[in-house]
Design a protein around this ligand. Sequence first.
Ligand SMILES: [Zn+2]
Length: 503
Amino acid sequence: MLAKINSIAVIGLGGERVEVEVDLSNGLPAFTIVGLPDKAVEESKERVRSAIKNCGCAFPQKRITVNLAPADTRKEGPSYDLPIAIGILLASEQIFFVPSKAAIIGELSLNGDLRHTNGILPAVMSVKELGFESVLIPEENSKEAAIVSNIAILAAKNLKEIVKHFRKELVLDPIPYHEYNQPEELVYEIDFSQIVGQEHAKRALEISASGGHNILMSGPPGSGKTLLAKALVSILPPLTYQEALEVTKIYSIVGELKNKTSLVSNRPYRNPHHTTSDIALIGGGKWPRPGEISLAHRGVLFLDELPEFPRHVLEVLRQPLEEGFITISRANGTLTFPAQFVLVAAQNPCPCGYATDTEKTCTCNAAQISRYQKKISGPLIDRMDIHLEVPRVKYEKLTENTVGEKSEIIRKRVLNARHRQESRFQNSDTITNSEMNLKQIKKDCFLDSDCKKLLLSASKQLGLSARSYHRILKLSRTIADLADSDNIKIEHIAESLQYRPRS
Ligand SMILES: [Zn+2]
């Protein structure tokens, strides 16, 4: 007898239909799966065989052939265990009916328990888009799946429950839909009020958050660069529902949701170390997963000690910085993951870290310093809108009893600046000033003759490239938005020029 079960392959952040066909025939007992990569097949066979035995059913002593169709769809990961097991039980008439408008997804453990499976959120969303009426998933994934409406989502603990459900001995009720409400209060690890001094740096972060501008911070160790980077997420506007959905899909695929949350509501903050592997940083691997740069999507990517990162990794960053996604090449085609983040990079002024410090003495020679500073390529430096010197905070300042402005207050100003951008870009894909193209810059960054004069003389003095010239315009536009000003004024350009690299 031939049984057919529907399942889903998660590809990128989307999904494609996969049909699991199970055929049983007489002959020498055998178990073959076609349509899966070699190693995954062996592992899946063992889990399916044990799980069926351990749920009180019989593993048929027949020739079992499982085909995962279509052949050209990439099928990876252990999520086909459950549909294969159900297919075998249906073909061997241990259960009699599985609805044709149902999809089944899940990894089995040897004892028949359903394990937390990666990628359930994008899978369930695709199941719904493909027109299925119900989907069966592991209970461990129910929280993330609950945010999808208008489809019956059945969650089970183990294979035994599912067998009983199909035998009509047990009713699995659909899990209730969890409507998304934007949290009233956003709680982040670091609040701006906890940072003492650094007023200049805080202002730069406010501008960065308002217009989505990348920042490069230079300063000696202990000047608080990490703290500042961490605090940046706390002043970004709350995620919209769409954004939260994108972020949650990514975290679902890498299995970081752990059934604790339904929708990720905080902006992500990721700070991979410079020794992190390429795949972990950029994405890819045997079952292509998003890397750190995609886990930072819609949030902040902090690269501390930027010059220590391998050069080829920094080169790869250019695509996401320009386009907001990363393309991963694979043996059979390419795959894209979103990667739109604010890049906050930090560097020491020299290898020992103390070249610009007022308290400690630098031990590096001129050649070492020059080599260190050349490690970051020009094109990457060019993509940093804000260059910021972060000095060490004086001891007296640290012991002062003043409390800084709370993140919540700053976030309100950021939101106001974002609203101005929203109405400016309503008919385009652009969200923030940092993403403006040439046409938009021409239209929205009008300068009067005084402003033009200032900018021209500054570009001559600083030897600015055309690209840097446009960066200054975009940054000035954000500073004007923060000041609630329709026009870019002299003071906005003057402030923007402060954030150019000193050479
Ligand atoms: Zn030094």
